[in-house]
Design a protein around this ligand. Structure first.
Ligand SMILES: [Fe+2]
Ligand SMILES: [Fe+2]
Length: 328
């Protein structure tokens, strides 16, 4: 929808309050949106949830999270109001497959956080604490990391959404974690792990934005909560790894695209709900999803230009010795 037409509809809506129903978190909502309208909805969501201001706010918050960890509070979700009529412009079966895949991919969080501890403990203890929490000498968890606290809400939220939409429980297949072979250098391994973390957050942001473009009402509002957590993580990981590794933008983007190709490959071959999403009958939605991935990365790259080393050092101090090796 053109901005002029959008303006007209908006003015009309002020004269006729019933028209307000046509607007949701993704802007103008047509019950049978065209491809162009879905792109407009994605752009609207990107403006609302991935503006440079929001990304900077999420990053600036990180040093405070190191000293006073506090998970991001969720807005109240009206679970009972979620219903299948709120799925728009997409085969409902595919929408449900993606929700079921999200239940699978969002777990097992403890294993993910343990993996991060393994790679980052020597490099950046405060970030390791933020991700994987604190353990005592006997190896017992005494304080959960903020990242883990936020992440572990996601799989149950998508499970609940699935149940509201179908009346049935999803049957998630156990998700396997890929451990990268060591390069022999702890810094290179930590960098590759950071790339992988950023890639999973990027992927989650793109997919949840796409789900929000294809939903409305309480369903869309529910997905907005994990989405905002993922944006929060993505901004934090992006900024601190820029500070720590001082990699080039092209090296980073190439690494992330390669990591995402590995991830798709990994999930395409298994028997999970995720694999069904890649079935031939769903290929028609590829351009929309590709657009969402591309636009998220584009916004991050634009924001990246504002992340000067001076500003990052003000936030995080001097780079730790171990991470100071060049990674590209
Ligand atoms: Fe998540
Ligand atoms: Fe996340």
């Amino acid at each position: 929808m053109s901005s002029k037409l959008l303006q007209t509809v908006f003015l009309q809506s002020r004269l006729h309050p019933d028209l307000v129903d046509y607007f949701d978190l993704a802007g103008y909502c047509d019950c049978e949106p065209s491809y162009a309208q879905i792109r407009s909805r994605l752009q609207y969501l990107l403006d609302s949830y991935l503006s440079p201001h929001i990304l900077s706010q999420r990053l600036i918050d990180l040093p405070q999270q190191f000293t006073q960890p506090q998970p991001r509070p969720w807005e109240t979700i009206n679970w009972q109001a979620i219903n299948p009529d709120q799925i728009i412009g997409i085969d409902p079966q595919l929408f449900l497959s993606v929700i079921a895949a999200s239940v699978e991919i969002e777990a097992p969080i403890r294993a993910y956080s343990q993996l991060s501890r393994q790679y980052l403990a020597e490099i950046h203890p405060a970030m390791t604490h933020f991700l994987g929490g604190c353990y005592n000498n006997e190896g017992k968890l005494i304080e959960m990391g903020v990242w883990e606290k936020e992440e572990r809400q996601h799989a149950p939220a998508f499970r609940k959404i699935y149940r509201q939409l179908t009346g049935e429980d999803s049957a998630p297949q156990p998700n396997s974690i890929v451990q990268l072979p060591s390069s022999g250098s702890p810094v290179t391994d930590a960098y590759r792990h950071s790339l992988r973390r950023m890639t999973t957050e990027w992927s989650a942001v793109a997919v949840y934005l796409w789900l929000m473009a294809h939903s409305t009402g309480a369903l869309q509002q529910a997905i907005a909560q994990p989405l905002q957590d993922e944006v929060n993580h993505l901004a934090k990981f992006w900024g601190i790894s820029r500070w720590g590794f001082q990699d080039t933008l092209s090296h980073r983007c190439t690494g992330m695209v390669m990591q995402s190709a590995h991830m798709f490959d990994h999930h395409r071959g298994d028997r999970t709900a995720g694999s069904q999403v890649f079935s031939l009958r769903n290929l028609g939605y590829g351009p929309e999803l590709g657009f969402a991935y591309w636009q998220v990365l584009r916004r991050l790259c634009r924001w990246h230009q504002h992340l000067s080393q001076g500003m990052l050092q003000e936030l995080f101090g001097e780079r730790p010795q171990l991470a100071a090796a060049s990674v590209g």
